[in-house]
Write a protein that binds this ligand. Structure first.
Ligand code: MG
Length: 216
């Protein structure tokens, strides 16, 4: 049985459209250095990063007694936000969004990033008009996008099997499974291709390859 035609694409933001892998590593290395903990490079980050972010912080070696998770979150987000305009979009992000829009397919963002900051940065890149909905979390703790995703799908008025979620992490795959929507993964962000391939979802190296495969 062929899947119904896709009518709506839900995009992840960080790592999928925004190329913020190195920025995230650099900001986290600041937290680690201030506590004399070993720094991250891309390979170690790719191996350790995960949702919920709390477990990832523990794997980095932070002492949860001396450094409660909530305080580490504040320190990371504050460091990230100070430099948030230092990360660029992936080179093929804006052309891919425009190509999807040109086919008449609607698009939204579902992000674990804080709602207000998400709106601000999407506007900074001139992309606001590409999206019907821009949904971010109401807190900085990046626990899960599942509840937010359910709210978004309910608002779209589109059957789940006509929705495609595009992300860069295993959490995006888990969210898509929970929502009952199709999933495509792009290995240009926060998780490496070998971890993404284990999901069984289609994995693309870059957004332009995703776009070509879908005829956008
Ligand atoms: Mg992401």
């Amino acid at each position: 049985m062929t899947r119904p035609r896709i009518r709506h694409v839900i995009w992840d933001w960080n790592g999928t459209l925004l190329n913020d892998l190195d920025l995230s590593i650099e900001v986290m290395n600041g937290l680690l250095a201030r506590r004399s903990l070993p720094p991250l490079d891309r390979a170690r980050y790719h191996a350790l990063f995960d949702f919920p972010v709390r477990a990832y912080y523990e794997r980095l070696g932070f002492d949860p007694v001396r450094d409660p998770f909530d305080q580490l979150s504040v320190e990371f987000i504050s460091g990230y936000d100070d430099r948030r305009f230092g990360a660029a979009l992936h080179r093929d992000a804006a052309p891919t969004l425009a190509a999807v829009r040109a086919t008449g397919i609607d698009q939204s963002i579902l992000s674990a990033y804080r709602h207000e900051t998400l709106h601000e940065i999407v506007a900074h890149f001139g992309l606001t008009s590409q999206f019907n909905h821009i949904a971010g979390l109401d807190n900085i703790h990046a626990h899960s996008k599942v509840a937010l995703g359910r709210d978004l799908v309910a608002r779209l008025g589109v059957a789940p099997d006509e929705i495609l979620l595009v992300g860069d992490t295993l959490h995006d795959f888990d969210v898509a499974q929970d929502l009952g929507v199709a999933c495509a993964l792009v290995a240009a962000g926060h998780h490496p291709i070998e971890r993404l391939r284990k999901t069984g979802a289609p994995v693309f190296t870059v957004l332009s390859a995703f776009a070509a495969a879908h005829g956008f």
